[in-house]
Design a protein around this ligand. Sequence first.
Ligand code: ATP
Ligand code: MG
Length: 660
Amino acid sequence: MANIETFGQETRIFPAPAEFSKTAAISGMDAYRALAAEAEQDEQGFWGRLARENLHWHKPFTKVLDESDAPFYKWFDDGKLNVSYNCLDVHLTNGNADKVAVIFETDGGDVSKVTYRELHQKVCQFANGLKSLGIKKGDRVVIYMPMSVEGVVAMQACARIGATHSVVFGGFSAKSLQERIIDAGAVAVLTADEQARGGKRLPLKSIVDEALALGGCDTIRNVVVYKRTGGDINFVAGRDLWLHELVASQADVCEPEWVEAEHPLFILYTSGSTGTPKGVQHSSGGYLLWAALTMKWVFDIKPDDVYWCTADIGWITGHTYIAYGPTAVGATQIIFEGVPTFPNAGRFWDMVQRHKATIFYTAPTAIRSLIKAADADKNIHPSQYDLSSLRLLGSVGEPINPEAWMWYHKHIGGERCPIVDTFWQTETGGHMISPLPGATPLVPGSCTLPLPGIQAVIVDEAGHELPDGHGGILVVKRPWPSMIRAIWNNPERFKSAYFPPEFGGKLYLAGDGAIRNKDTGYFTITGRIDDVLNVSGHRMGTMEIESALVANPIVAEAAVVGKPDDTTGEAICAFVVLKRSRPTGDEAKQIAKELRDWVAKEIGPIAKPREIRFGDNLPKTRSGKIMRRLLRVLAKGEEITQDVSTLENPAILEQLKEAQ
Ligand code: ATP
Ligand code: MG
């Protein structure tokens, strides 16, 4: 019988490979439990020890956690450090100076390498350039750049001088950019002439011009332009500067600005899956600590790893697991300018093969679309590439459907690589619930157990803890160092969104539903809280029905929402993308019937979608997440009046109006 209580009953289990455990940072479940117990018994001692061991402090902290103004928690408050110093300068003297920090590959396939010494010089020059523009500690700087070494250098340069950056994804419109510039009160925008993506050149600088022309951005004094393609752009005298000219005469050393641990390193707007994006403010000390620690614990990073995270620097994953985490631990990483489907959908596998990547971290949306592509064209099937360098895979951004997990495990990981399904959020700064690859037995579709120090539990609507086996609301009971510090400019929204008074103002509310398995204690994310369906009194996670649909061989992607129904309370409406082209007419009706029967067989008749709609794609945010709030409106047959500024493919909405 379908209901949320049965979710997470996946029985396939993949133990941590013994070879892997031998050298892993956390080498088994005993080591995991010991760390988790240390954190529970002596919270301050645990975090204090890790902060001292993993970061360089210019002025040591004397206090670990200050809860006096909760939920505005302060970590390592009287300590001083510099994030860029911790990511770069430390490597000049620890033997990493000539180690490759970045292997950069352009959209067109050109490859260049940058060592830690070179990265340090670039960051210092950029930082000195920013200083020459009068940019100083506490100023906000918007970064609207393509995936590039320069993008990471720009972030690190801001960190070096204590300026707070706000990266805006390069695919966002002038309007979205303008809103973020105004909200952050930025003094400068760092951008590029154009970006090269998927064989096309897309404008960046002209969108910045447009954004500033929309008005209200009076705080902006300068626009710094990185010349990427050499395309034609407008220059506003006195305001706009070329990056190469700005840094040409700058010294390649720059004394770091030592900032308080709580100093805001960056503001990043969430992806807007559930509403208006929130300007999430992160700290310097606590944030960097968790970025470095999770690189070690979850990615088990080793000196000769070639690590590749495919995210964009416009998202939190690109902050923690490209700009800061890998550099903090002195890793060699691949940074890729382009898209997974250019020149063909074998690009990722081709790059893994050529660069001998050992760790690969991507999103379920990419995996699902590459499964579809590989099924359609044998020439770009992963079996055509040598992926034997890989030792660890990761997933982030959405729940990964068990069938997509199995494909990833088999075809990319050669049944040899553990998969870390990392549950976390912009607000959490880093991984929260995730397997440890040398310890945790894996279950497809489950993010398994909270990391040591993360007190995740499941509660009911009144905030009472639920026993294992009961689906409910995921919350975190204790603060942790990399947690969100505020919503920029909006402390009230911070409190009401994340520490709601209904839960006593003390529990961090993630906004996701989850269930813990009775036997293993493993967490499975059931979807956003708003996404739990209630059909004739049966509570069901949308994720469960979606995974059943995706388990059908003809289905590439599926999203399920509820629509109000007089008799059943809610009726299930499924939006489906097939691996083949979108069916219409009688054929669509026929396939819809087959899929209904399939779901009835997989889960139970109660889970049968009332309606099925076919599209060539689903409406997604620019970060690749399905926007279910728009699907709910479509399911009701209403016109969309909500914020669609972060939508990737608006045209798809038309197709999805037709129900089967
Ligand atoms: P907004 O908060 O503006 O609606 P968003 O929540 O999509 O946007 P992010 O912070 O980028 O913005 O995404 C975090 C969310 O992504 C989580 O709350 C969760 O719903 C989902 N998520 C991330 N990783 C996983 C994972 N491994 N398993 C399940 N869900 C995940
Ligand atoms: Mg969110």
